[in-house]
Design a protein around this ligand. Structure first.
Ligand code: SAH
Length: 392
């Protein structure tokens, strides 16, 4: 394995188990590793620190282990078994009511650059680094060994998540089995998962707990699910006894998906309607007839530089919803931008409340669920934040 030497003193964060080496910390590398190769990270004077995947960019190494070990079948098997055990322990795996969960959450499972979501007997695997892409077959084999009969298919879906410049020519497709059955259950509700063409791995698994809270508050309310995508929140609101549910997304494909998913659980239920419409346009034109609104927009800030612009976007969006929500209404508002902190998001919503001139109380502060764990040494892993507000 190639040795990489750090600049003097640059091992500090690694000694606290932070899993990244930034390129500025690198003194020199022996030989010429290719992107995605394994490297051993050493201090300036040659003391071993970690093993990881070498990559090109501001993060030079993503650490796989702080032990001086080989990354082999046993390594992948141990890591995946640990992740699977945890999902069983928290009740999302091996649960007859729930077959949709995140099995591997990158740094949160000490596997930086790897995401695996489970939908019934199908795993959708996503590599965010060239190293994980190179190791995908070894990982798939270990995954099958760990899960046995519970896993029949693995769909590899990394076309949009790998560095474009790496030019890997990878294609999405099944690397184990194949199945036309695309229905999975979440808390007893059924959903079509579009792993072939859908966003992310085909479904937003990270809103499971927050959808349950929407179900809890939905009774007898007029619900607006803005940025609905596959309609997770809509279906839960219907089970919760909403009076009506309106789902809005700018993409017609999303509108087709939400209609299919509502139909799967509540066939011919006239309470639901979906609209292919821009969020701001819909909010501007709608009547003030909703008393439960969900705002779950796409990440407004994908990078640090976009933060200021994104904060304005969150403010504008939330102000519109607060102006229009009925008195006594409940607003669920989210940000999934990693670059926006909890405090920044809360400040944006605070500004929105002052613009809308409404009395607003925070009922709940929401975050990602337990199958998207945050590695305590990698606080950057905390990305999903939400507020549930009571608007007087
Ligand atoms: N709430 C969803 C996930 C939302 S993903 C869930 O629980 O699964 C974000 C969605 O916002 C995407 O489906 C995208 O098509 C939609 N979107 C993006 N920009 C939009 C806009 N300006 N108006 C309405 N929808 C938009």
């Amino acid at each position: 394995m190639t040795n990489l030497y750090l600049n003097k003193g640059k091992e500090e964060s690694l000694r606290r188990y932070h899993p990244w080496v930034f390129s500025g910390a690198v003194h020199h590398i022996e030989g010429e590793p290719k992107e995605g190769d394994f490297v051993r990270v050493l201090t300036h004077d040659g003391t071993f620190i970690a093993v990881g995947h070498w990559q090109i960019g501001s993060i030079a190494v993503r650490v796989l282990s702080f032990l001086d070990e080989e990354i082999n079948h046993q390594f992948w098997t141990n890591k995946l078994a640990t992740a699977y055990e945890m999902r069983k322990a928290i009740g999302v795996a091996n649960n007859p009511q729930n077959s949709t969960y995140r099995l591997v959450h990158g740094e949160g499972d000490n596997l930086p650059g790897l995401v695996v979501d489970m939908y019934g007997e199908t795993a959708v695997m996503q590599a965010h680094s060239v190293g994980m892409h190179n190791n995908r077959m070894d990982i798939a084999k270990a995954l099958k060994d760990v899960m046995g009969e519970k896993l029949q298919n693995i769909y590899y879906k990394s076309e949009t998540t790998l560095p474009y410049k790496a030019d890997l020519g990878q294609e999405n497709g099944f690397i184990l089995g194949s199945t036309p059955d695309d229905v999975a259950t979440e808390n007893g509700l059924r959903f079509h998962i579009d792993w072939l063409k859908g966003q992310k791995t085909g479904f937003f698994v990270d809103q499971r707990d927050n959808r349950s809270l929407v179900e809890y508050y939905a009774k007898d309310r007029n619900v607006l699910n803005m940025f609905c995508y596959t309609g997770g929140f809509s279906v839960y609101a219907m089970r919760g006894g909403a009076r009506l549910v309106h789902s809005v997304d700018s993409s017609q494909k999303a509108v087709d998906l939400v209609n299919a998913n509502v139909g799967l659980n509540f066939p011919n239920d006239a309470r639901h309607k979906a609209f292919a419409e821009d969020a701001f346009k819909f909010l501007d034109q709608m009547k003030a007839s909703y008393d439960l609104i969900i705002l779950d927009p796409p990440a407004f800030a994908k990078h640090r530089d976009a933060v200021r612009h994104a904060i304005k976007g969150y403010t504008r969006l939330n102000a519109r919803a607060m102006e229009k929500i009925k008195s006594g209404g409940i607003l669920f508002t989210f940000s999934c931008s990693q670059a926006i902190s909890k405090e920044q998001f809360r400040m944006a919503v605070f500004t929105a409340a002052t613009l809308a001139k409404r009395q607003v109380r925070i009922l709940h502060q929401l975050h990602q669920p337990a199958d998207h764990p945050v590695n305590i040494y990698h606080p950057e892993g905390e990305y999903l934040k939400g507020l549930v507000l009571y608007v007087e």
